[in-house]
Design a binder for this molecule. Sequence first.
Ligand code: NAP
Length: 307
Amino acid sequence: MTAEASFGRIALIGIGLIGSSIAHAARRAGAVSHIAGYSRSAESRATAEQIGFCDSVHDDMAAAAADADIVILCAPVGALGPAAAAIAPALKPGAILTDVGSVKSAVIRDAGPHVPEGVHFIPGHPIAGTEHSGPASGFATLFDNRWCILTPPPGTDEAAVAKLIAFWESLGAKVEVMEPRHHDLVLGITSHVPHLIAYNIVGTAADLEEVTQSEVIKFSAGGFRDFTRIAASDPTMWRDVFLNNREAVLEILQRFTEDLTALQRAIRWGDGDALFALFQRTRDIRRSIIEAGQESAAPNFGRDKTS
Ligand code: NAP
């Protein structure tokens, strides 16, 4: 470990998919001196001990956070306010407190008031994940070439922001700084509403009376199978996302519903040109995502290797 690559002791409050992946990636980078991990359940702690991605595993989040230089809250969004309150007395002056929650305004609202004077609070969100969860699902390459968005409140110490950016870069990520409300709107359309649509369509298929569930499973076509992958994502995490990004999600859903109605009309009136024009435009967007290196053109999206 080189001096400039050393971020000291890190504490992971939650060691599921994201927390354990941070641990694996930090080890790969040789960038930290000690990784302390907290998990609620004895089962998750035992798995973490067995895999060995933490130097110390704790059943008390304040004990994990004590003396850490960077503390990262990696639990579901609804648990981050109480977690910040529980660890606040243990945070050392000058420490960075950050998180990986998929929503930012609500985390600032819930966790911000608990942050002690002298601790740098810099919320964050790595745009990387899979439909798997738990401490056995993490892997070192999860953040490679992925974006991590930081939403530091106005007046945040610049050196602390620079240190956290360098930390995420050491994990393989690219970093962008953004306003929290803008983050919530952008992720609303790129992640949250697509998940809601997937949950909804898989639920509708399961409830259809004229098509049996076994037919849905037996004749599942590529389009439906892709939705089921997204709809298999962790129920607790996604419940908390929708409860905490209500405004942005409802705003985007309103637009979505209007556009769906326009599509319905095009189908009803046989307006093939309108359908073709939209499908052409959306195909171009997928090509742009592949060209930007944010998706693979390989069969099954190249996912077989990582998840
Ligand atoms: P996960 O695999 O389910 O892990 C969640 C971790 O938080 C586990 O260690 C769990 O402990 C702990 N936890 C759960 N409820 C808790 C509570 N009420 N209080 C304290 N700890 C609790 O979840 P994840 O996918 O890593 O997601 C963690 C965070 O990352 C979430 O805020 C999510 O929004 C964000 N995120 C997720 C993704 C993704 O694709 N999954 C991507 C980017 C960001 P036990 O296992 O012991 O119960």
